[in-house]
Design a protein around this ligand. Structure first.
Ligand SMILES: C[S@@+](CC[C@H](N)C(=O)[O-])C[C@H]1O[C@@H](n2cnc3c(N)ncnc32)[C@H](O)[C@@H]1O
Length: 222
């Protein structure tokens, strides 16, 4: 997906992926990572997800990365009461950085991320990020995360799986086999949960899907 595809989605408010509540998979499965409160957590392709605030409330140092300035502004506007000043941006590599307490959003292209910008990461939370990317970009993104994460770092990864011929992405279908191909050489991978979610996601039935599974994976960098 070209950056302009996403910028346009945000300009036009086509953000069906956004949830008004913290993602239930995050709430249920994050404790399995058993991270200390001070852990540094990267949330790539974060949108204006409430999950950023949920992770920050746990005490983690949260770093979101998002292409769209609209998403970043909306996040802080919706997060704070109207009298609270929005955080100002400062330049950080190729990104504009917006910080409020222990939560920072880097606005820019995730493919410009470098270890020196992020500091030592303990974990990644990926919901609707890997699956947002088409095949060649997905492999590039997985390689990037593999390079950014030190040994021992963990990832909670949520993906969709469906017959790709039934619908063009995004989101793209990424099942356990694909996760193994992308990350298996460098991570130990556990499948924590799999659920048929089509009944709960009528928008995907309308797009032609007859089956849709959501998978939750726990990865640990070797
Ligand atoms: C499907 S949405 C998911 C957002 C969020 N993870 C959530 O759960 O609501 C994908 C997001 O990734 C952003 N995005 C796409 N490509 C990107 C890139 N190369 N760098 C940073 N953000 C990107 C889009 O603007 C969009 O907000």
């Amino acid at each position: 997906m070209e950056p302009e595809f996403w910028q346009q989605r945000w300009r036009q408010g086509e953000i069906g992926f956004h949830l008004e509540q913290p993602n239930p998979r995050l709430v249920t499965h994050w404790p399995a990572l058993a991270l200390p409160a001070a852990a540094r957590v990267l949330v790539p392709l974060c949108g204006k997800s409430r999950d950023l605030a949920w992770l920050a409330e746990r005490g983690h140092e949260v770093i979101g990365v998002e292409l769209s300035p609209i998403a970043v502004t909306d996040f802080f506007r919706e997060q704070f009461d109207p009298s609270h000043p929005l955080p100002g941006g400062s330049r950080c590599g190729n990104f504009d950085s917006y910080r409020a307490g222990n939560l920072e959003i880097l606005c820019g292209d995730c493919f410009d991320l470098e270890r020196s910008l992020l500091g030592p990461l303990d974990a990644v939370y990926d919901r609707a990020a890997l699956v947002a990317l088409p095949d060649p970009l997905r492999a590039r993104y997985a390689k990037l995360l593999t390079e950014l994460l030190p040994s021992g770092a963990q990832m909670l990864l949520v993906t969709f799986e469906y017959p790709q011929a039934e619908m063009s992405g995004p989101p793209f279908s990424v099942g356990p086999g694909a996760v193994q191909n992308l990350y298996g050489a460098d991570f130990a991978i556990d499948l924590l949960a799999s659920e048929d979610i089509l009944d709960a996601e009528p928008r995907f039935r309308q797009r032609g899907l007859q089956t849709l599974h959501e998978h939750v994976f726990h990865l640990r960098r070797r």
